[in-house]
Design a protein around this ligand. Structure first.
Ligand code: GDP
Length: 486
């Protein structure tokens, strides 16, 4: 069953764009041709308070639409996608970022002077229009994970780079888990196809084992063979990003006060605190009063990724900002206030609050532990048990995964975010913290730094050397039977 947005719009006499806006506002991304299930269609109809087939349909619809005219909703316009590049070390993330930037940016700029501000944008002609794509140019997923841990989503699309001569590797799998956990669509760049040893089809096969099925094999994942070094097929990759971005239907309201995320920040000897701000809604302007965490600032100057001084930055663009009174943390959200005094007082009260909450955190971090999950299960509050599993060898991983699958999961669903052989790394800990998962090791060790990271972030790391004990504890947690830890 179900209705397309178009059909629903006709039935309830509300403009299609209003329905799309409403769904966008509710966090449901759609386009006009997408089919809505009955539940969603009903919800939409109710939101517009329309009794289908009343005489006053039309006027009623108009009235309700007016009620909905929250400023943002009325002024939504398309924004460029923000893209992150992920993948295994040495598969070519940095080369790809540099290559895209060089070919797409330098060619248009005299001298090609670029400024590193943590993000850059390229212009791409798509469907006859000039469109933009914004790349976060910190390769790897630290930024991604850290921001997600704070609950902010800055990335619209992840490019997963896989070297055609090396295939799917542990960090490839990790990247897939991160993107999936954040519900960010993946476009795969099969890199290094210039190499003789390249085996793109083998890469596709391996990716299928991790749930990414290439389009040409009937799946949904776009995979583009590229050579970052030669620049082969980069245009196709960019086109595909824009295609996915269209499906994602990315919007923001450029007519409001800016909000967004700090992507980089540091103390410059000459210029004082400097931060790169990614605008996610609204427009940021010189002279604006900005609050980021407990940092306040009146924007004195803004520099874009091409080294130009600019007066404003619209949604999805990043700018380097001068004029902050301190260095904010990367990953912090920022917000512009209309009133400078209000902004200052918000920042001040946050800095008091921060001091207090840091203390509280140090005293009792909100740990996700098997026994706290067990307590939740006992209350009937546990729906999902997220697990990250690292084991000595692939064979153990498979044996444990198979056994987990056999467990009854009526009340609580087991979700294995990552199951791989190897040491428990700091990234595993980050992923666990970001996704509220327990980290389980079987006959393996912790990489240096992972223990401190786990302690710092309050992640429960459990070591086992007997599969039975491991399964027993997980079952116990799911049934709410685990004894609280002392
Ligand atoms: P990262 O660790 O993922 O950022 O990988 P890098 O971008 O540093 O690349 C690792 C190595 O692979 C470098 O020596 C690059 O020159 C090389 N490399 C990257 N892309 C390609 C490519 O398309 N073809 C070939 N032949 N080598 C590449």
């Amino acid at each position: 069953g179900g209705l397309s947005v178009h059909e629903l719009a006709n039935q309830i006499v509300v403009p299609e764009t209003e329905i799309i806006k409403l769904l966008f506002f509710k966090g449901i991304a759609t386009n006009i041709n997408q089919t809505l299930d009955v539940e969603t269609a009903k919800m939409v109809a109710e939101e517009f308070e329309i009794l289908v087939e009343t005489a006053e349909q039309e006027s009623e619809a108009k009235k309700v639409t007016e009620m909905l005219s929250v400023e943002d909703l009325e002024n939504l316009s398309k924004r460029p996608p923000v893209v992150t590049i992920m993948g295994h070390v040495d598969h070519g993330k940095t080369t790809l970022l540099d290559s895209i930037r060089e070919t797409k940016v330098a060619q248009g700029e005299a001298g090609g002077i670029t400024q590193h501000i943590g993000a850059y944008h390229v212009d791409v002609t798509h469907d006859g229009n000039q469109q933009q794509i914004v790349f976060l140019d910190t390769p790897g997923h630290e930024a991604f994970t850290a921001m997600r841990a704070r609950g902010t989503r800055v990335t619209d699309i992840a490019i997963l780079v896989v070297a055609a001569d090396d295939g799917v590797r542990p960090q490839t799998i990790e990247a897939i888990s991160h993107a999936k956990a954040a519900e960010v669509p993946i476009v795969v760049a099969i890199n290094k196809i210039d190499k003789e040893s390249a085996q793109p089809d083998r890469v596709k096969q391996e990716l299928m084992e991790h749930g990414l099925v290439p389009e040409e094999w009937g799946g949904e994942t776009i995979m583009v063979p590229v050579s970052a070094i030669n620049g082969d097929n980069l245009d196709t990759l960019l086109e595909m990003i824009l295609l996915v971005s269209e499906v994602e239907d990315l919007h923001a309201n450029p007519d409001s006060l800016a909000k967004g995320t700090i992507i980089e920040a540091n103390l410059d000897k000459a210029r004082g605190p400097v931060a790169s701000l990614l605008v996610q809604n609204g427009t940021l302007r010189v002279g604006d009063s900005v609050v980021a965490g407990s940092v306040f600032g009146k924007v004195r100057a803004m520099i874009d990724d091409r080294g130009d001084r600019v007066k404003e930055a619209t949604p999805s663009f990043a700018v380097e900002v001068l004029g902050l009174n301190d260095v904010p943390a990367a990953g912090d959200e920022f917000e512009v206030f209309a009133d400078e005094r209000e902004a200052r007082s918000v920042a001040d009260s946050r800095s008091d609050e921060q001091r207090r909450s840091r203390l509280q955190q140090a005293m009792a971090s909100r740990r996700v532990t098997l026994s706290s999950l067990s307590a939740k299960a006992q209350e009937g509050d546990l729906k999902e048990l997220n697990i990250i599993l690292k084991a000595d060898v692939q064979g153990s991983v498979e044996a444990i995964l198979a056994a987990l699958q056999q467990m009854p999961q009526n009340e609580v669903q087991i979700r294995v975010l990552l199951g791989a052989p190897g040491e428990i790394s700091e990234t595993d800990v980050d992923l666990a913290a970001a996704s509220g998962a327990v980290l389980i090791g079987f006959n393996t060790t912790l990489a240096s730094g992972a223990r401190q990271a786990a302690d710092r972030q309050g992640v429960d790391v459990r070591d086992y050397d007997i599969i039975y004990n491991l399964l027993d504890d997980i079952q116990g947690a799911m049934e709410g039977l685990l004894e609280p830890e002392l």
